[in-house]
Design a binder for this molecule. Structure first.
Ligand code: AFP
Length: 415
């Protein structure tokens, strides 16, 4: 009894302390202002008036409170629970891969639909995430970077979308798109990697799965939605710590995995990207093949001749989740632009650029091709690539101003 009283006192005390340092704010403050009007009403962000010092706010509690505040989002609770389980597993697989023989490429040299050789971890992490999501009972369609089971060439939909989409059931309300282990080419060198995910509503009533037959056009169409339709998105970074950053359209929230209690705990409430940074992050080896406006912009910030008159530093991991995570926290600009060899850049619209764009916008940043808002691009192909430049609003707007001075017809990317 005495112990219970002491714990309660600790919890209540912690609640006051967290509020005092602004860690948890009121519902209105948590409704992040997006730069562009969202197409759906913003959900109400959860409010935590009591926080236990021993556990903090776990992701499970965050989702329970979210469901109470927004009953229409209650099904997301089990989806996030499955993402949580899967990414804890992936974190463990990545950490131990040098000890468990999970480094390197598949022995049979499997090539995925992108033409990239698959690593053992690409395949295993895809299975982990796919299986976690399919058993939530909430999913209509799952599309992953690594799902490359060939479909018949004569199949019209296969030719158009170049790739199969795994359809598990039709009763589910949601569509999940994901890259299970982004940056996996880095993983054997101990460099950060990550999982990226996006959740859409399955708004295509015509999507029907007939056992034993190919995926229908309707089911594929349910997957091809613009980023502005995303209901949720996020990433999990596997690095010095495992971080899960997510948005449900009412701000961006960051959780850190606490191995002592086995839970993701809220560590970065209502993340706001600095309006301007002093870091640029891109694969500069491609610079001579970029659009001229981009070359001119990077030259200006390198010389301290940009709007801020500050000489920028370069930081580039080559692993999108790590580079975006640093950009969110420190500010600056990250991008993978079009170049003359890769006319749409390298990053995939559906399961890399759009989910990250949603997250960055919800933190007050911008994500663009150089001219167009990433969130407004309608995909025509599951594996479509897109130039993607994102980060601090002032930095990205400055870059956009270089493009605005030139004619779009001169751009490499004509999408
Ligand atoms: P891998 O998953 O093949 O390592 O690719 C990672 C990635 O898709 C993205 O995470 C990086 O931002 C980008 O590619 C790096 O590409 P470059 O190696 O061409 O710089």
């Amino acid at each position: 009894m005495q112990l219970q009283k002491t714990l309660l006192a600790l919890c209540l005390h912690a609640s006051v302390a967290l509020q005092a340092r602004g860690g948890t704010r009121g519902a209105n403050a948590l409704q992040a202002a997006t730069l562009e009007p969202p197409t759906r009403a913003s959900p109400t962000a959860p409010v935590f008036d009591q926080v236990c010092k021993e556990t903090g706010i776990t992701l499970s509690r965050f989702m329970i409170e979210t469901a109470i505040a927004n009953p229409e989002l209650s099904e997301l609770e089990s989806i996030f629970s499955s993402i949580e389980t899967a990414t804890k597993t992936i974190s463990n697989l990545v950490r131990r891969s040098s000890l468990t023989g999970l480094t390197g490429y598949l022995d049979d040299g499997n090539i995925n639909i992108q033409g990239e050789e698959q690593k053992k971890l690409d395949v295993i992490t895809n299975d982990v995430l796919k299986n976690a999501l399919r058993f939530t009972g909430r999913m209509g369609v799952l599309a992953s970077e690594e799902e490359d089971v060939p479909v018949e060439v004569e199949d019209e939909s296969a030719a158009r979308y170049q790739k199969e989409v795994l359809v598990e059931q039709t009763s589910g309300k949601y569509v999940a798109v994901f890259d299970p282990l982004d940056g996996s080419s880095n993983v054997d060198a101990g460099i950060p990697t990550g999982t990226i995910f996006g959740i859409f509503e399955d708004n295509n009533a015509e999507c029907e799965v007939v056992e034993g037959s190919d995926v229908s056009d309707e089911c594929l169409k349910a997957t091809l939605q613009a980023g502005r339709n995303l209901v949720a998105s996020g990433y999990v970074l596997y690095s010095s710590a495992t971080h899960l950053f997510m948005t449900l359209g009412a701000g961006t929230y960051g959780f850190t995995y606490d191995e002592h209690i086995g839970e993701f705990v809220l560590s970065h409430p209502d993340v706001k990207i600095p309006a301007r940074g002093k870091i640029y992050s891109t694969n500069e080896a491609n610079r001579w093949e970029w659009d001229q406006p981009l070359q001119d912009y990077v030259t200006a910030i390198q010389k301290g001749e940009g709007e801020s008159q500050t000489k920028y530093s370069a930081r580039y991991i080559g692993s999108m989740v790590g580079d975006v995570h640093r950009t969110l926290l420190y500010g600056g600009i990250f991008g993978y632009a079009a170049d003359t060899k890769n006319k749409a850049g390298k990053l995939r619209l559906l399961y890399e650029a759009a989910p990250m764009a949603f997250l960055v916008e919800q933190a007050g940043g911008i994500a663009t091709t150089g001219r167009d808002r990433i969130m407004d691009i309608e995909p025509s192909n599951v594996h479509q690539r897109v130039p993607c430049i994102l980060g601090s609003a002032d930095d990205v707007n400055e870059l956009k101003s270089y493009y605005a001075k030139t004619d779009k017809s001169a751009d490499i990317y004509q999408g």
